[in-house]
Design a protein around this ligand. Structure first.
Ligand code: AMP
Length: 421
């Protein structure tokens, strides 16, 4: 069996991994860590939830631990740029966890919160910065951050940064780092624009590391689609919540307004639910996410800003209340469950006018989603139209399982160990 030690990590880092409770590296870690440890540039293509954060954080910490500390002051030696605030926080938490036995200091820098505490942390001196592009540039322009000593640059979820229009910002940031740096770029998907961008900032001998089928979602997620009339989506959601063995659920809606409406509807039925979208302040977003992580809310209703970065290991179900109109969003959404080695379920509600989105997703993933029926809610009249997309039509009875009674307390406890590793 492959071990973290075999990958060539030093003792202090191995202790951090042990403290995190990991027994063996995931495939992306096995593939990426030895390459990153050579000091070469690397492009890592891995689905969300595959353990890619540790795949870049561990070699990063290893390098900072083994390379001589620069003389004089405490320059910033590593920078990780992420597309969302939530992801920045999570990567920084991972650095703290895995780097527990190293002396490195890190800080997360992102917008939506006051600059004061960030400036204070920067003045104290940090070795590693994890940041979103906008706020990072703000600090750079004010002279709060000097990147000229950065030895390792990590760009996480590059495809998302591209979608969000961050590439010009990233170029400005990259231009301010040392030419001697090592660059590690990670992306869940590898569209041509990402490849072009990568070529422009990585060294020509950069290694490409890919794990699994590029376009298929993590294999640990069981995926289904449910055909439903638009006006019955709320009823179907309640039915699923009451009939599936559910821990924590992430529900995705297309708009902020709908997310709020779904949240109110669930609360009315006694479920503890909270909404996460970009109309909320950063504080509200963090409170919603923390409350969800701690189990205060069993359901988080989110728009796509939450599709990335959220790492809550008890998410048993992702429910797409609305079918995502971009196949890549679908992959990111469902990647919120089935993290690392646990399994999860993804259920996508498909109204008649969303069927073309579903076909698009199926084309993209090269896989037809099994259809799931929930009695009269997924009326044959509506699901009949699925037949035109061809393939095997799977008739499945609604799964029994432990019912989850909404309201207070944990929903039927944790899943059985056989479901989660
Ligand atoms: P990521 O894809 O980096 O967001 O990681 C997904 C989840 O997998 C996180 O909850 C990690 O804590 C967890 N994880 C990462 N590496 C391992 C490992 N080697 N063994 C078990 N869990 C892991």
């Amino acid at each position: 069996m492959m071990t973290f030690k075999n990958l060539g990590l030093t003792e202090k880092i191995l202790q951090g991994v042990l403290a995190a409770g990991y027994s063996s590296p995931t495939p992306i870690q096995t593939a990426a860590i030895p390459v990153a440890l050579t000091g070469r540039d690397m492009i890592g293509c891995a689905q969300t939830g595959t353990g890619k954060t540790a795949a870049f954080v561990l070699p990063l910490l290893d390098r900072l631990t083994n390379a001589p500390r620069p003389k004089g002051g405490r320059p910033v030696r590593a920078l990780a740029v992420t597309p969302t605030r939530e992801l920045a926080l999570q990567v920084e938490q991972a650095i703290r966890a895995y780097g527990k036995f190293t002396p490195h200091r890190s800080v997360a820098i992102f917008g939506g919160v006051p600059m004061g505490p960030q400036i204070k942390a920067l003045r104290r001196g940090v070795d590693i910065i994890v940041a979103t592009p906008g706020r990072l540039l703000d600090h750079m322009e004010r002279g709060n951050i000097d990147l000229s000593h950065v030895e390792v640059l990590i760009l996480d979820e590059a495809d998302r940064m591209l979608d969000m229009g961050f590439i010009p910002d990233i170029r400005k940031i990259v231009a301010r780092t040392s030419k001697e740096r090592q660059t590690l770029l990670f992306s869940a998907t590898m569209p041509r624009e990402v490849q072009k961008f990568a070529r422009s900032i990585l060294t020509p001998d950069a290694e490409f590391v890919e794990v699994g089928e590029r376009r298929n979602p993590a294999e640990t997620v069981v995926q289904h689609a449910c055909s439903v009339a638009s006006h019955q989506k709320m009823d179907l959601l309640l039915h699923v919540l009451q009939n599936e063995p559910i821990d924590n659920v992430l529900v995705f809606s297309r708009t902020k307004h709908r997310a709020d409406r779904i949240t109110r509807g669930l609360a009315k039925k006694g479920f503890t639910a909270t909404a996460l979208h970009s109309n909320k302040s950063q504080n509200q977003r963090q409170r919603a996410l923390d409350g969800f992580k701690r189990g205060r809310f069993q359901i988080l209703v989110a728009t796509d800003i939450a599709a990335r970065g959220i790492d809550v290991d008890t998410i048993s179900h992702v429910i797409n209340y609305d079918t995502p109109n971009q196949a890549e969003d679908y992959i990111h959404r469902i990647g919120r469950t089935g993290r690392a080695e646990s399994t999860g379920d993804a259920i996508t509600f498909v109204a008649r006018d969303e069927e073309s989105y579903l076909r698009n997703i199926e084309r993209h993933t090269g896989q037809r989603l099994a259809r799931k029926e929930y009695g009269s809610l997924t009326a044959p009249e509506a699901s009949g139209s699925f037949q035109e997309s061809g393939g095997r039509r799977e008739r499945k009875a609604p799964s029994g399982g432990r019912p989850w009674k909404g309201g207070s307390g944990r929903p039927g406890g944790r899943r059985s160990p056989s479901r989660r590793k």
